[in-house]
Design a protein around this ligand. Structure first.
Ligand SMILES: *Cc1c(COP(=O)(O)O)cnc(C)c1O
Length: 365
């Protein structure tokens, strides 16, 4: 093949998605398989969202509303912000893809953590940007001082993820404010809060409240995690209207389907489902951590719907063994944390199955 690709592609690996249940059943000849690999909501989604989607099928022949009129208005009212401060993508992945295209020129730098959501690196490189990588601290938390120290006149973007995926760890409100005060105002700070709704701690940043003081921040949220709409592909960003206006120039006109839009809209009308999901997750996360701790394994403190557990065994060895037992998890080696597994919080029965399978695997080694 003589076609030359974008040279950035030489430096990136394709995204490795969590294995789908059906693929594992087929490949390994198993009937019972559970997936605790992609931080999906084990309770599914709101019944209201399902009804809205079925109704909206009547409009399947029509292009979706490219202006997101209803959803934009609803979120603006909910958060007390302007409709022009919202932006929508096919999942927040879709927005993470657009940000470097809107804000980077060739050779510009973006600062990010070494152990975080991999799409920041991938999309920065594709857009011609240089990644400046900063390690986590000894507690597997963001080292915001070290990140601030890496900002140069070439820096255009800083990528933050709070709580962080894959560690589940958070940084505090005070740490974020100290960091933002050090960042030049012409550097865009992306704050990916995909797990925001799960966070219970008091000192977690209220990033929305900082928008006025720091017009250089953009906050990412998604309907894929607690809202249980991962297959629908819809997420949103909140920022100063000028930042949104720049992103609008790189957005494809019909990037989010009608079904996704109505599902998201209806989900916002179901606070009970959200609260139930929060409680269910808190209980089962506690169960997982307790069981792993009793097995003598260390878990990183998680503010999310997943837990990073140190098994002491290379995840390249443990991952296929767990697959054989019908349990799909996320191997830590994908994130440079070789002896860890990232395990999503499932139903209690799924968590029990996972604990048992891990116990059996470790005993067989
Ligand atoms: C899951 C996740 C996303 C994006 O999910 P979408 O389905 O594309 O909305 C973004 N950031 C982080 C950190 C995630 O874990």
């Amino acid at each position: 093949m003589n076609i030359k690709t974008n040279i950035a592609l030489d430096t990136i690996a394709p995204y490795v998605p969590g294995k789908p249940i059906d693929a594992v059943k087929r490949e390994l000849g198993l009937t019972d398989v559970i997936k605790l690999a992609s931080n999906e909501n084990p309770l599914g989604c709101s019944e209201k969202a399902k009804k809205a989607v079925i109704q909206a099928l009547e409009q399947a022949a029509l292009y979706p509303d490219s202006n997101f009129t209803d959803l934009r208005q609803k979120l603006a009212a909910q958060f007390g912000l302007l409709p022009t401060q919202f932006f929508f993508g096919a999942g927040s992945d879709g927005i993470i893809e657009m940000i470097p295209h809107a804000f980077l020129n060739h050779g510009d730098q973006a600062v990010m953590s070494a152990t975080t959501f991999p799409l920041y690196q991938t999309n920065t490189k594709i857009a011609g940007g240089q990644c400046v990588i900063v390690p986590l601290d000894a507690d597997y938390c963001y080292d915001l001082d070290a990140m601030a120290a890496k900002i140069t006149p070439k820096t255009k973007i800083v990528w933050l993820c709070n709580p962080n995926n894959p560690t589940g760890t958070t940084y505090s409100k005070a740490a974020q404010e100290k960091f933002l005060a050090q960042v030049p105002h012409d550097v865009l700070v992306v704050i990916d809060e995909a797990y925001y709704e799960y966070v219970a701690q008091d000192d977690f940043p209220d990033s929305l409240a900082l928008l006025e003081q720091y017009p250089n921040i953009i906050i990412l949220r998604t309907f894929s995690k607690i809202y249980g709409l991962a297959s629908m592909r819809i997420g949103y960003a909140i920022a100063h209207p000028d930042i949104i206006a720049a992103l609008e120039k790189v957005r494809g006109p019909f990037n989010v389907s009608t079904l996704a839009q109505v599902a998201a809209l209806a989900s916002l009308d179901d606070p009970d489902f959200l609260q139930h999901s929060i409680n269910h997750n808190a209980q089962n996360l506690q169960f997982l951590v307790k069981q792993f701790t009793q097995m003598g394994l260390k878990c990183l403190p998680s503010a999310t719907n997943f837990v990073m557990v140190n098994t002491g065994v290379d995840s390249r060895v443990l991952f296929p063994q767990l697959l054989q037992k019908g349990v799909i998890v996320r191997p830590g080696h994908l994130y440079g944390m070789d002896t860890f597994l990232r395990i999503s919080v499932g139903t209690l029965s799924e968590c029990q199955t996972c604990v048992q399978a891990l116990q059996d695997c470790l005993a067989e080694l």
